[in-house]
Design a protein around this ligand. Structure first.
Ligand code: PEP
Ligand code: MG
Length: 592
């Protein structure tokens, strides 16, 4: 039966494929695709695991056979019988074989997928006794998984977090699966999302997350259709269901009828055609009708993203979120050499164009590692994140600063500092930069000169720009956080996503004021929040005087098209009028 789930539109386009549910079961296991030649070995691993548990139960049964009824309650023997029966269930075994043979899932993934299928069936049962067998099933699955751990697959090569089997990150590139696959998960961390850059997925859906949560941001950078905040999707969608993602509308259609499929197939082709048309603008300079040159920069997460930035026609990197180099490493931070090489790769990848490296911004919805998620503090978004974290650990910060300064010997580098709010934080940061230079001098290591920039992403910063303009060469407006902190809306919480409004007059005034102050002082101002890549905001931002936009590479050409059609001399008075409004407005539709 066809049904739809509504969530938040994150990344454009239409994806049609089969659902792959990740970690929907309580058991956290590795997920990866195997080669067809490895099918038998994986089936044998499950069989061996199961046989080991059967043998263990039999041993237990025979040992309690010698005891009297006092020591062995009747319930225990009954329970062992049930466990044996479940372990030897043919349907269960056939289901596991299906996931391994037909979908090429690794043994653990196949086992937990089949557990999900059967648990659902149990949930639907009227009979209380049978419904309660669910817990037994989970227990024996856990036992089999444990037994299999002793016979670990030679195929497992966990990415990044060596040695730890995780649920979502081991989904690797696999060219043996030709049906497009749609990833469905309750939640994904930004680090997990990043791993999907190398994966096969044609789209993804999560139950939770806001439009500018970091998971959504990384998804957008992958340029595949995605919907977040589609509550209960990981419960309502079943393994292997056919699913359509309408990334523009934020809608997920499950089990689509042939008519719906045909309609979305048509839409998919339209999106492709539109991309083809936009590609013609690649080498066209971004200049408005009235001759204003507009700088379109890229936001990147990893050094190798520099190539997609260049391919998309970016004239530089406006935001390199360096924290992604720090994530998913069990809290073990990258050393100076590793960081230097990574920054240098990004700088050289941009072939002489500027690269703005933002110093590490971890915390809140960007934990260093999922296992280190900050649940201890009531308000992580207001806690020790970004520059606060860096200043709290000067040795770590100096390591990063030295690495960036050294990379600056290989090209144009700008350093961007996140989350500043106090003048004393600015002074401490500047002192540490000087100190990093002295350390490099002492070690005789080469380094280059850098321009220093501050992110304006806390209302207090936007209201005290003078001090920022005094110390910094440029400013970059981080609207994702600026909106979050101005409107007191957690950007990662889908339940308040409807209140996360970039058009709120308070937000617009802070943004417009920052652009204007920068202009007055002759200091460049860029905008690197998601607003920069939102084409419905382009004209308004141009009208406010913004001349530098930094966004995901995939959005650059769409924004460029809007720039080419705009006349800033007409947009300026209209923008001023809009900002003066007291009511939040709908996204502007001005045509000038
Ligand atoms: C922002 O806050 O707008 C920004 C660009 O930084 P991040 O999204 O990484 O917090
Ligand atoms: Mg920010």
């Amino acid at each position: 039966m066809t049904f739809a789930i509504h969530g938040l539109a994150v990344a454009r386009g239409v994806a049609i494929g089969r659902a792959v549910l990740v970690a929907s079961s309580r058991l956290d296991v590795a997920h990866y695709f195997i080669e067809p030649a490895q099918v038998t070995a994986e089936i044998n691993r499950v069989r061996d695991g199961r046989d080991a548990v059967v043998a263990e139960i039999r041993r237990l049964q025979s040992s309690i056979g010698h005891m009297g009824p006092k020591e062995t309650p009747h319930e225990l023997s009954a329970l062992l019988d049930v466990h044996l029966m479940l372990l030897q269930d043919q349907e269960l075994a056939a289901g596991v074989r299906h996931w391994i043979t037909d979908r090429l899932y690794n043994a653990e993934w196949a086992l937990t997928s089949q557990l999900d299928v059967v648990v659902r069936q149990f949930d639907e049962m009227e009979d209380d006794y049978l419904r309660e067998r669910k817990a037994d099933l989970e227990q024996i699955t856990e036992k089999v998984l444990r037994a299999m751990r002793g016979v670990s697959s030679p195929l497992i090569q966990p990415l990044g977090r060596a040695g730890r089997q995780t649920s979502q990150q081991d989904l690797l590139l696999d060219d043996t699966v030709d049906v497009p696959l749609i990833l469905v998960a309750h939640d994904l961390s930004p680090a997990d999302m990043l791993q999907f850059k190398q994966s096969v997925f044609a789209g993804f859906i999560t139950d939770v997350g806001g439009k500018t949560s970091h998971t959504a941001i990384v998804a957008r950078s992958l340029d595949i259709p995605a919907v977040v905040g589609a509550r209960l999707s990981s419960h309502l969608i079943q393994q292997d269901d056919w699913v359509v993602i309408d990334g523009d509308a934020g809608v997920v259609v499950i089990d689509p009828s042939p008519i719906i499929l045909a309609e979305y197939g048509f839409k998919q082709r339209q999106v492709e055609l539109q991309r083809g048309r936009l590609a013609r603008l690649l080498h066209t300079p971004a200049v408005t009708l009235d001759g204003q040159k507009i700088e379109l920069l890229a936001n990147i997460e990893m050094p190798d993203d520099a190539s997609s930035a260049l391919k998309a026609g970016a004239v530089g990197v406006g935001l390199f979120r360096s924290e992604f180099l720090f994530m998913g490493r069990h809290g073990k931070l990258p050393n100076e050499e590793e960081q230097y090489l990574a920054y240098r790769r990004a700088v050289e990848g941009m072939q002489g164009l500027p690269v703005t490296i933002r110093t590490v911004d971890v915390g809140a919805d960007k934990p260093l590692d999922e296992t280190l998620r900050d649940d201890a503090h009531l308000n992580p978004a207001l806690g020790l994140r970004a520059i606060r974290w860096s200043l709290a650990d000067p040795a770590m910060f100096l390591t990063q600063l030295r690495a960036i300064l050294r990379a600056a010997a290989h090209g144009q580098v700008h350093v961007l500092i996140p989350m500043l709010v106090h003048a004393r934080e600015i002074r401490q940061t500047m002192a540490l930069i000087d100190h990093a230079r002295v350390q490099l001098d002492n070690r005789g290591l080469a380094y280059g000169s850098v321009k220093m920039g501050a992110m304006i992403e806390i209302p207090a910063a936007a209201l005290t720009l003078k001090v920022f303009l005094k110390y910094f060469d440029f400013l970059s407006i981080g609207t994702n956080d600026l909106i979050q902190y101005t409107l007191a809306i957690d950007r990662a919480d889908e339940s308040v996503a409807h209140l996360y409004d970039p058009m709120h007059p308070a937000v617009l005034r802070l943004v417009a004021n920052t652009i204007a102050e920068g202009q007055t002082q002759g200091k460049p101002v860029s905008l690197c929040g998601e607003m920069a890549g939102d084409v419905s905001m382009t004209r308004l931002l141009l009208g406010m005087g913004l001349r530098s936009f930094s966004m995901h590479p995939a959005q650059i050409l769409t924004v460029k098209q809007e720039v080419l059609r705009a006349d800033t001399s007409k947009l300026a008075p209209w923008a001023a009028q809009l900002i003066a409004e007291d009511e939040p407005m709908l996204p502007p539709r001005k045509t000038a």
